[in-house]
Design a protein around this ligand. Sequence first.
Ligand code: ADP
Ligand code: 5GP
Length: 205
Amino acid sequence: MQKKNRGGIFIVSAPSGAGKTTLCGKLLAKDETVRPSVSYTTRLPRPGEIDGRDYSFVTERVFRAMVKRGEFVEWAEVHGNLYGTSKKRLQGLMRSGFDVILDIDVQGARQIRESLDGCVFIFILPPSMKTLRERIEKRKSNTRADIERRLRRAATEIREYKLYDYVIVNDTLKLALKSLEAVFAAERLGTQRMDARWIKENFLS
Ligand code: ADP
Ligand code: 5GP
């Protein structure tokens, strides 16, 4: 059957450790019409991370050259590393009709808000700062200084929640996933997402 609505861009931001990667991973595993935009980063891979799947891991020199050539829709420095969303990758996914998830920080979200219309902005919160600390510590791949830096930054990032369309508190993973799915379901029914050509061909010609 012909597709009735167009793909959309879903921006998901959260303080580090809130569970954004876990939540988005679960959604992506369940819904094959959603694809992640794999970012470029200068950060080193964590244990288990795969180049090209989790991130494209590049040197700072390569990253800066890409910035110079205007290859990013947005890019930012986060926790001392550079991260960016490739224009080419995003356009490719959009052309194929997928809903695309951009797992990016608040600075990147700000840039997208200014340059792209019609995106859906979702902010993930932990249930408390105490839980956030526990989740970051559980991940074990961060040094003590890095953990403290991430927590300080969390407070600044959370101040931006009002700029987002939806806020999901990731307390119980199951419930948070349900909420995320509900946002996708509702947004897909938006009038602006309908394929006007499909309506015309089926009902108006
Ligand atoms: P982020 O991508 O936001 O930095 P992660 O998805 O890596 O966060 O999650 C941080 C840690 O918290 C991981 O160990 C993950 O398994 C755990 N976690 C995520 N969501 C929940 C939840 N709802 N309940 C308990 N632990 C969670
Ligand atoms: P991590 O190093 O924990 O994977 O990610 C750290 C932060 O960088 C997270 O807040 C994540 O959303 C953000 N991030 C990942 N990719 C991008 C990107 O392409 N652009 C921006 N602006 N932030 C990103």
